[in-house]
Structure formats: C-alpha cells, structure tokens
Design a protein around this ligand. Structure first.
Ligand code: PLP
Length: 573
C-alpha cells in the first residue's frame, strides 16, 4: 500500500464523516484497543503505514473494508466458491443498499443511516462475526446524515449486479490476551525505522542492547569451545540444563553468596527472556499483583500481563540516582501482591542499588511475605569500582529467584543462554517449584550448544573487564554520552553505574513535549536516530527516553551533535 494513497483514503473517509482523530482514539479505547495520538497522526499525514492489526482496527472503526483502506480495492471474489455459506456476504444490489448495512454487520453503521460518499467506500462486511457490535464501535450515526445527499450523487457509478457475491475473507486476529501487552523496544517507532531503511536510508539504532552489531565480539575461547562441542549438542539435555553448565552456575552462586542453592535449583533458558516468561506463567494467577519497577525492562510487565497478573509499578527515583522509592513500594502493596521484581543493575537507567536499599527491600518483602525476583543480567558490567550485591544473598529466609545470563557480559545475545536460580526458603514455594519444573519440562530444554559454553564463560579471565574500566569501550562511551547529553540545554541525565544504557530527562515545558513517541518519531525522521521513548519502559510521563551507548565514540559524538542540533529548534506542535 502506498503511504500517500492510504493517507488520502483515510482522510477522505474521516472528512466525509466528520470524524476527528480524537473520535477514533476514543472509539478504540472504548474497545480496549490501543491507538496512540501520534500513531494516528502519522497515518493521517502519510508518514507511516499501519501494521495489519492497526489497519484492521482503523477499518473496523470506520466501517470500511481493510483491503479497500489499504489498497483502494476489494479482494477478488473466487468464482467457484459456494454462495450459501454464511462465510460469504452478499454484495448489496445497489451501493445505496450497501450503505445501509445494519449496525450489527460492520459495527460501524446504524440501521437506516447512510454511509457517506467517500469515493466508493466499501462498507466492511468482513467483520460480521468477529467484530464487536455497535456498542463498542465508533458511533458515526450523528455524523452521517449530513452527507446523505452527497452520497446519493455517487451511487450511479457503483451499481453491482445482484448475482455478484463476494466471499468475505476470514481474518485471524491475535488473541485478546495480547490486548494490553506492550513491548515498544521493538514497537511502532522501530517499525518506522525499518520502513525508512527499506527505502534506503541509514538509521543509527540506539534502541536495543545488542552488542554484536557495534563490534563487540564474543571471547575467542567461548566461540572455540562451542565449535568443539557442537557435535555433542545434538540431543535434548535435561530440562534444567547440562550438568556442566549448572555446576558452573552453582559455583558462581557460591561466590556471590546465594544461600541454599543445589543443582536442582538451577534452570538454564533460551536467554533470561524465556525464563521471565516461564516464571510469570508459573507464579501468577489472574488478578495476582506483582510489583515491577518503573521504568522497567518492559518484558517483565508484558509477561506479567500475558500471564493474567496485574503489574503494579513502583517508582524509581531519578533524584536518588534512580534507586527504588521505598515508600512508593510500601504504598502499593495489597493483599494480592505476590512478588517484587528488581532489575539490578538496571535497564534502562544504568542504576546499581546499594546494600542499604536492598536491605530495606528485603525487610519489606519479609514483612509482607513477598517472593523476590531479581534480574541481574548486567551484574558483570559494573563501572567506577562499585560492587554488585545479589539481593538473594541478603534474604536466606525468603524465596528468591535470581536471573542472569551471558547475552551481555559475553556479548553473545544471539546464542541465547541465560539461567535462573531458586534460593533461600524453598519450603514455602514447594508447589510453585513443581509448576516451574513442569513448565521447564514442557519446553524440553534450552539451546544445548549454548549451554555447553557456560563453564568456559564463567571460569577464568572475564574479558568483559577490559570494556568497563577507564580506556575501555563501554566505560568511555558512557562518559562521552553522559557529558554530551548534559551539555544540551533542556536535557539532563544521571550518570549510569552499570550496563550500557542512559535514561535522560527532557525539559518538556521548554520543548512543549506531550507525546514522547512523537518525539522519537520526529528525531527519527529528521536525524535518522532511533531511540526508545520512556513510555516503552512503562514510564508514566513523556519526559524521558533511552539511549544505548554501544556505538563507538566517533559515531556517538556525531549522534550527540545531531541530537543537540535537533533540540535547538524542536518544539512539539
Ligand atoms: N533482562 C534485562 C534487564 C535486559 O535488559 C534484557 C535484554 O536486554 C534481558 C533480561 C533479556 O536477556 P536475554 O538475552 O538473556 O534474553
């Protein structure tokens, strides 16, 4: 579908029906669907094309055929198909009749109300069975009558023989379980970047913590050992993982003082990602609440939601070096709260929590009998001489699950290897552990060749060290970005202590910013720089964005200059 033509059709239907963008957004909300202000304005202005699900949502809210909206024409009718099945909708004998589809047909048009005249706008019949009824669809009734006369003018050109029937294509929709799931690290702004790339533009991607494309190489020994062991990794392993991998992880836990960990308490996964999802499925019943930081690594919120749980976000306080706000945590605990999630070191802020803060969180968890889930995938990427403490080491009497992996510390995000460790009081979680084990069995095992290198990776010299000391790439890139951001009028940032992310604040008043996704899109269009807006990390205000500082200094310098240049004149409309 062409952007301009699509936008033209969209604007025509909206104009003809007197539908404003806000009406559409509200109608989508009423349905529980997500249609962002900036997203819609991108479509209307021909800057972005919608994905299939958004296209279908728009079509259905407007009561037109998705195919028509996308392509300006209806799907071809296969000739040999039977006509009697209720899967096939009769094309009305006159367009006028088509414009009087009953409200329960498309959900967008009410009985007796004419659909206005936008050039041969085909009323959607494709949604007869699966679309919501008029109650939760855009109510265009009041807007339609005025254009009836205009509509009459168009009918002569739209005669369709009575005998012609159009099969209505069955559309497969995503499950409603995904309705409230958000994962914008690879969301609409990234889709737009992909579209721009497909048109030949070069985009600087500061949106994802993937070290390899920025020249970070896996240690030679790791690659060598994986190659050596490849022939032994052909079969499934134990569902928890290879003995050698788990032994190495157990020893790692001993060094980090995790209490009460046996070989049975260690599960390898296809990255920490798989294990976050697995745990959320095992832990949460519908309506169970789980405390998750804001900002967060959004997979936690997404998986908790998908599992039927209710993520309750506690604030991390920028004024306090992005440490969790303990009073906010306390205020958000209810009888349904089951667990608290920590991301330490933190993505997206780069914070590292001190022992005193961890001790307070343990105290809160103790008082309210919460389990602690700690995502520590960046625990080997700490700078400036700080030390990481694993919260589980401070909570031998509580049930804790600690997550880590090799994606970041060994720059092998693509190999997919992570693990989780159950520790502390396992008696209180006997039944839950059975559930976790069942889910681990159901996915058979994690990637075996990647498990085979855990022992190599965790033992001996840790090559990541050279990146995080002065003169090292991660360290020096962090310094460069931190200083450059703080020199831009209207931008400020807390210095990250770990990982490779920074989460700068924007003075929204100065730039009149009300929509951070729009800000990200504008920066992308103007400077070809891809960042993730704060809302992608479940941050509640439009005043932050995340920068991944993995590119080399030369590239980052140029990028920061571009950003400064952009901010000089940027004002959101
Ligand atoms: N947890 C955090 C905090 C992350 O930032 C990431 C990836 O960026 C993950 C987990 C996922 O890691 P993995 O590659 O092990 O799935």
């Amino acid at each position: 579908m062409g952007r301009d033509n699509f936008a033209k059709r969209l604007r025509n239907v909206m104009d003809d029906r007197g539908i404003r963008q806000t009406d559409l957004i509200r109608a989508a909300q009423k349905r529980g669907a997500r249609l962002g202000k900036s997203q819609l304005s991108q479509y209307v202005n021909g800057r972005t094309l919608p994905r299939q699900d958004s296209l279908e949502l728009l079509a259905s809210l407007l009561g037109v055929h998705a195919d028509w909206l996308a392509w300006g024409k209806l799907p071809e009718a296969p000739q040999a198909l039977p006509m009697s099945s209720n899967q096939y909708a009769e094309r009305p004998s006159t367009p006028n009749a088509a414009r009087r589809m009953p409200s329960n047909a498309s959900g967008a048009v009410h009985p007796g109300q004419d659909v206005p005249s936008t050039d041969a706008v085909p009323v959607s019949t494709a949604t007869q069975t699966s679309e919501p009824t008029s109650a939760d669809t855009f109510d265009s009734a009041s807007k339609l009558t005025a254009s009836t006369a205009h509509a009459e003018k168009h009918v002569a050109t739209q005669q369709v023989p009575t005998s012609e029937r159009t099969p209505v294509m069955r559309h497969f929709k995503k499950s409603s379980k995904l309705n409230n799931v958000l994962y914008d690290v690879r969301g609409p702004v990234v889709d737009e970047a992909a579209r721009m790339e497909s048109e030949g533009m070069r985009i600087l991607k500061l949106n994802i913590g993937n070290p390899a494309p920025f020249g970070f190489r896996a240690p030679d020994e790791v690659v060598h050992d994986m190659r050596q062991q490849l022939p032994d990794g052909e079969g499934y392993s134990d569902s928890r993982g290879l003995f050698s991998a788990r032994k190495a992880i157990m020893q790692y836990c001993q060094i980090r003082n995790l209490p009460n960990v046996t070989m049975e308490d260690i599960y390898t996964g296809n990255g920490v990602s798989e294990l976050i999802n697995l745990c959320m499925q095992a832990i949460l019943d519908n309506g169970d609440e789980i405390l998750i930081p804001s900002p967060d690594y959004p997979l936690w919120t997404a998986c908790a939601t998908l599992a039927g749980g209710t993520p309750v976000h506690y604030i991390c306080d920028e004024q306090a070096e992005w440490n969790p706000d303990l009073d906010d945590i306390r205020s958000k605990i209810s009888p349904r709260t089951k667990a608290i999630v920590l991301i330490n070191p933190n993505n997206p802020t780069g914070a590292l929590y001190p022992r005193e803060v961890l001790a307070e969180i343990v105290e809160i968890a103790r008082e309210h009998q919460l389990m602690i889930l700690s995502d520590e995938i960046y625990d080997r990427l700490i700078m400036d001489g700080f030390e990481h403490t694993s919260i589980a080491s401070m909570a031998p009497d509580l049930f804790c699950i600690t997550f880590s992996g090799l994606s970041k510390s060994h720059m092998i995000a693509g190999y997919r290897i992570g693990w989780m460790v159950l520790s502390g009081n396992k008696r209180c979680a006997k039944d839950l552990i059975e559930g976790i084990h069942m889910l681990a069995n159901m996915r058979l095992c994690s990637n075996v060749p990647a498990q085979a290198i855990v022992q190599t990776a965790l033992g001996g010299y840790q090559s990541v060290q050279r990146y995080i000391v002065p003169g090292g790439r991660v360290h020096d890139q962090r310094d460069l970005v931190y200083e450059a951001l703080n020199q831009i009028p209207g931008i400020s940032a807390v210095k990250p202590k770990a990982a490779f992310y920074i989460f700068p604040k924007i003075d929204v008043k100065r730039f009149n910013i009300t929509d951070d996704e729009q800000f990200a899109l504008d920066l992308l269009h103007e400077k070809h720089i891809l960042i993730v807006p704060g809302k992608g990390f479940n941050w509640h205000k439009p005043d932050h964005f995340r920068v991944v500082y993995l590119p080399r200094r030369r590239v980052l310098t140029e990028c920061m200059e571009d950003l400064a240049d952009f901010m000089e004149t940027y004002r959101q409309a």
